[in-house]
Design a protein around this ligand. Structure first.
Ligand code: GZL
Length: 359
C-alpha cells in the first residue's frame, strides 16, 4: 500500500532498513505546515499539526499571570542524552529559553529513573520554578511531582510522551506526535519494502510509556489491514537503546533465521540491528527489511548509504512551540490541551537533500 506522499522509495528484493519520518499527510507536510528550518539548529522546529479540541486557561487552571521574560522555567528531561532524540530535545528547549530571554532556565536529567524525575521536578520547584516543561519518562508515576506543582499552581506542560493524568487540572497540556500514526505509517513503509509478504519481528521501545504501546498498536493494526500475509513472528524490547537493539537482533537472527522484516520502535535500536544483521552475514538493503521510528541523522545517512529504506521522524525540537504555548497560557490566553505535532518522512528520494536537517 502506498503511503500518501510525494515519493515512493524503490522496493528492494531483499534487506532494506526502513525508518520513515512521518508526516500526517505526506512527506512534504512539514514544509506545507509552515515549519521553518531554524538557522543553525538543523532541521525544522516542531510545528503544531492539530491543536483542536478542549482548551485550558490560567483562570481555569488557577495561578497568576507571569511575564515569561521574568520567569524561572524548569525543564525535566527523562532519559540520558546519549540518544540524539534527547540531545536535540534538550538543546531545543535551551535555545528557545535563550531566545525568549527567560530570567532563568533550570534543567535536570532523570537518567531514565522515575524516582529521580520526581525528585528533579520537586527540586526545581524548591528552587523557584514558576513554570515547568516536562518530558515524562513514563505515562504513570509522576503524580507526586505533578501534585507538588499543582499545590503551588505552577503550570506544567508535558512534551513528547503523554501522562495518564487530567489535562488542565494535573498538568496544563500535552505537546507531542501521534505515535499510533507513526506506527501505522511504519507498517505502510514495511509492507511496501517487503512486497506484502514475509515474517517480521518487533523491537519494542521501553515499557510503561504511551510511545511504545501506541507505536506497536499502530503498526500491528495497520499491518493486519494492508498486508495480512506478513506474519509478526516475535516482539521483544530493546529499551530504545542501540546496544540492546543489537543484542536482541542477534538473538532474533538465531531464533528466526527466515525473518524478512524487523520493526524497531526507534532509530537507535535500528542502528544496533544493522550491526547485528551485518555481523550475521546479511547485507542491509538486500535480504531483510527493518522498519524503525525517530529521524536521527545517523539513520537518514543510512538511507543515503543504501543500507536503509526510509526514515520515520518523531520531531524532538519542542522549544519554540513549548515556550509559545507557555507564553500564551501565562498571558491568560486559552491553549489547546492536546497539541499533535507534524513529523517528516525521509526516503530514497529526499534523504540526500534532507540529511542535514535530521537530528
Ligand atoms: C518519542 C520519544 C522516544 C524516541 C526514542 O517521542 O519518547 O523516546 O522515539 C526515545 O528515541 O527514547
Amino acid at each position: 500500500m502506498a503511503a500518501s506522499r510525494s515519493f515512493r522509495p524503490v522496493r528492494f528484493a531483499g534487506i532494506a532498513v526502513v525508518t520513515a519520518a512521518l508526516t500526517l499527510a505526506g512527506c512534504t507536510k512539514s514544509e506545507d505546515s509552515g515549519t521553518t528550518d531554524a538557522p543553525g539548529t538543523g532541521g525544522a522546529q516542531v510545528a503544531q499539526e492539530d491543536a483542536s479540541g478542549p482548551t485550558c486557561t490560567l483562570e481555569q487552571y488557577g495561578g497568576e499571570k507571569i511575564d515569561l521574560k521574568d520567569a524561572v522555567v524548569g525543564f525535566s528531561q527523562s532519559e540520558k542524552e546519549a540518544n540524539p532524540f534527547r540531545i536535540a530535545e534538550t538543546q531545543s528547549i535551551k535555545d528557545e529559553a535563550a531566545a525568549v530571554g527567560v530570567r532563568e532556565l533550570l534543567t535536570t536529567n532523570a537518567n531514565s529513573q522515575l524516582s529521580k524525575q520526581i525528585s528533579d521536578i520537586q527540586d526545581m520547584i524548591n528552587k523557584g520554578a514558576q513554570a515547568l516543561i516536562v518530558a515524562p519518562l513514563n505515562s504513570d508515576g509522576l503524580e507526586p511531582a505533578l501534585q507538588a506543582a499543582r499545590a503551588r499552581n505552577i503550570p506544567v506542560l508535558t512534551v513528547d510522551r503523554k501522562v495518564n493524568s487530567e489535562p488542565c487540572k494535573d498538568y496544563v497540556a500535552f505537546l507531542g506526535s501521534d505515535f499510533v500514526e507513526q506506527g501505522k505509517r511504519a507498517a505502510q513503509e514495511m509492507a511496501e519494502a517487503m512486497g506484502n509478504k514475509g515474517k517480521v519481528a518487533i523491537l519494542l521501545g521501553s515499557s510503561g510509556n504511551n510511545v511504545t504501546t501506541d507505536r506497536t498498536e499502530g503498526f500491528v493494526d495497520e499491518m493486519a489491514k494492508i498486508a495480512p500475509d506478513i506474519e509478526i513472528a516475535a516482539q521483544q524490547t530493546g529499551d530504545f537503546a542501540r546496544d540492546k537493539g543489537q543484542q536482541v537482533m542477534e538473538q532474533l537472527i538465531q531464533a528466526q533465521p527466515d525473518l524478512t522484516g524487523v520493526y524497531a520502535e526507534n532509530d537507535e535500536m535500528a542502528l544496533g540491528a544493522l550491526v547485528a544483521l551485518k555481523s550475521a552475514g546479511k547485507t542491509p538493503g538486500t535480504d531483510v527489511h527493518v522498519v524503525s521510528i525517530d529521524g536521527t541523522r545517523n539513520a537518514v545517512q543510512k538511507i543515503v548509504d543504501g543500507e536503509m529504506y526510509a526514515v520515520v521522524e518523531s520531531n524532538p525540537r519542542f522549544g519554540p512551540l513549548a515556550f509559545e504555548t507557555l507564553r500564551k497560557f501565562l498571558d491568560g490566553e486559552p491553549v489547546s490541551q492536546n497539541v499533535v505535532i507534524s513529523d517528516k518522512l525521509y526516503g530514497k528520494d529526499n534523504a540526500a537533500d534532507e540529511v542535514s536537517n535530521a537530528y
